[in-house]
Design a protein around this ligand. Structure first.
Ligand SMILES: Cc1ncc(COP(=O)(O)O)c(C=O)c1O
Length: 390
C-alpha cells in the first residue's frame, strides 16, 4: 500500500506541496484571500463576467426555471432546452455549424481526443499543451508524438515518421502558462498535407483575442477550417462547462463516442444560464475585450519598467523564476504587499521553469496594475531575480 504521508513529505521536500487558499465573496479584481484584501492577478475571469450582476441573475433565473440539476446524462434524460439553445449560440459565435457541451474543458479535451484517435494511430501534441490534452492523448491509447513547442519543423518530421498513421494534431490556441499563440496556419497546412485532423483548445483565447473575442482560430481567419475547436465556459465566459465546435457529422460522432460526454451528467441549468448571458454580453459589449487587451499592455509595460521582461503578447503574463522555492517566495512577498499572483510549479510547468503567472482582467484599473507591477518588482529585487539597481 502507498504511504500517503511519505508521498506528501516528498512533495514538501521538493517545494511542490500545494495548499488551497480561500477567497471570500465572488471573483473580482479585488478579493479577500485568507482574510486579507488583495488585488487578484491570477484569475481567468478575464472579462469580469463571473461577478457581473446580469450573469449572476441569469444563473439564478435558470435554476428557478429549469431546476438545480440536469438529472442524467444528455443521452438518457438530461438533454434540456437550455443545452440545445446554448450549443446553437456557441456554434454561431465560433463560426461553426455545430457545437457540443461538455461538463468542463478537462472533459471536453479528454473525451474529444480519445474519440478522434485510437490504438495504432498517432496524436501530435505540443510539449506545452494543457494537462487535459496530455491526459486525452493517454486515454486515446494512440501513440503520442510530443513536438517541441510551436516547432513546425519538428512536427513535420514526426508526421513523416508516422507514415500515414497520424490521426490528430492538437494544440492550445493561447498557451495557458505562457500566453503565446500557436502557429495555427502552419499547423493546419501540415494537418491537411498529412491527412490529419487539427484540434485547437481555445480555452484562454475565447473572450480574450480575435474579432469580438472569438479566439485564436477566428483571429487567424480559420473558423470552420480547423476541424475541432474547444472552448471553456469557465474562464472568460464566467461560468462552468465547456464545448467543442465542429461539423454536424463530427459532433454526432462525439455524441456517440466521447466517453466524458456519454457517461457524465449533463451540465446544470444555472451554469448554462450564466454562460448564455455571458455570451450575450460578450457579443453586445465587445469593448470588454479591448479593455482586457489594454490592461495587458499596461501591466506588461509596467513590469518591463521594473526590469522584468515578460514575453507574452496576451492577457497571460508569465514571470519565469526557475526553481519552485524562490517562485513561492516571490508569490508570498507580493501577497504580503497585497498582490496575489499564484506561483506555478511542476507538474503544471516543466521542471526549472516555475513562475508567477499573472493574468489581467478587463475590470482592473490602470493605476492598480501599475501599483501591482511596482510591488512585484520590489519582491523580485528582494529575491535577487532582478538586480537592485534595475
Ligand atoms: C488550455 C486549457 N484547456 C483546458 C482547460 C480545462 O478547462 P476547464 O477548467 O473548463 O476544465 C484549462 C483550464 O485549466 C486550460 O488552461
Amino acid at each position: 500500500m502507498t504511504d500517503v504521508a511519505e508521498r506528501l513529505q516528498a512533495l514538501r521536500d521538493r517545494g511542490l506541496h500545494r495548499r488551497l487558499r480561500l477567497i471570500e465573496g465572488p471573483q473580482g479584481p479585488r478579493v479577500t484571500l485568507d482574510g486579507r484584501a488583495v488585488l487578484l492577478l491570477c484569475s481567468n475571469n478575464y472579462l469580469g463576467l463571473a461577478d457581473e450582476p446580469r450573469v449572476r441573475e441569469a444563473a439564478a433565473e435558470a435554476a428557478l426555471r429549469w431546476g438545480a440539476g440536469a438529472g442524467a446524462s444528455r443521452l438518457i434524460s438530461g438533454n434540456m432546452e437550455a443545452h440545445r439553445s446554448l450549443e446553437v449560440r456557441l456554434a454561431e459565435f465560433a463560426g461553426y455549424e455545430a457545437a457540443l457541451l461538455f461538463g468542463s474543458g478537462y472533459l471536453a479535451n479528454t473525451g474529444t481526443i480519445a474519440a478522434l484517435a485510437g490504438a495504432g494511430e498517432v496524436v501530435f501534441s505540443d510539449e506545452l499543451n494543457h494537462a487535459s490534452i496530455v491526459d486525452g492523448c493517454r486515454l486515446s491509447r494512440a501513440e503520442t508524438f510530443v513536438y517541441h513547442h510551436a516547432d513546425l519543423e519538428h512536427l513535420e518530421w514526426g508526421l513523416r515518421e508516422a507514415s500515414g498513421r497520424g490521426a490528430l494534431i492538437v494544440s492550445d490556441g493561447v498557451f495557458s502558462m505562457d500566453g503565446d499563440l500557436a502557429p495555427l496556419p502552419g499547423l493546419l497546412e501540415l494537418a491537411r498535407r498529412h491527412g490529419c485532423r487539427l484540434m485547437v483548445d481555445d480555452a484562454h483565447a475565447v473572450g480574450a483575442i480575435g474579432p469580438g473575442g472569438r479566439g485564436s482560430v477566428a483571429a487567424a481567419g480559420l473558423s470552420g477550417e480547423v476541424d475541432v475547436v474547444v472552448g471553456t465556459l469557465g474562464k472568460a465566459l464566467g461560468s462552468y462547462g465547456a464545448y467543442a465546435c465542429a461539423t454536424p457529422e463530427t459532433i454526432d460522432f462525439l455524441v456517440n463516442s466521447a466517453r466524458s460526454f456519454v457517461f457524465s451528467t449533463a451540465p446544470a441549468p444555472a451554469a448554462l444560464g450564466a454562460a448564455t448571458a455571458a455570451l450575450e454580453l460578450l457579443v453586445a459589449e465587445p469593448e470588454r475585450v479591448d479593455r482586457l487587451q489594454v490592461n495587458a499592455v499596461t501591466l506588461r509595460e509596467a513590469l518591463v519598467a521594473e526590469g522584468l521582461a515578460p514575453s507574452s503578447t496576451t492577457q497571460i503574463i508569465p514571470i519565469e523564476v526557475g526553481e519552485a522555492e524562490p517562485t513561492m517566495q516571490l508569490c508570498e512577498l507580493a501577497l504580503e504587499r497585497g498582490v496575489f499572483a499564484q506561483g506555478i510549479r511542476p507538474p503544471t510547468v516543466p521542471a526549472g521553469s516555475s513562475r508567477l503567472r499573472l493574468t489581467v482582467m478587463a475590470t482592473h484599473e490602470a493605476d492598480e496594475l501599475a501599483a501591482a507591477a511596482k510591488v512585484i518588482g520590489e519582491a523580485a529585487r528582494a529575491i535577487g531575480l532582478v538586480p537592485v539597481a534595475a
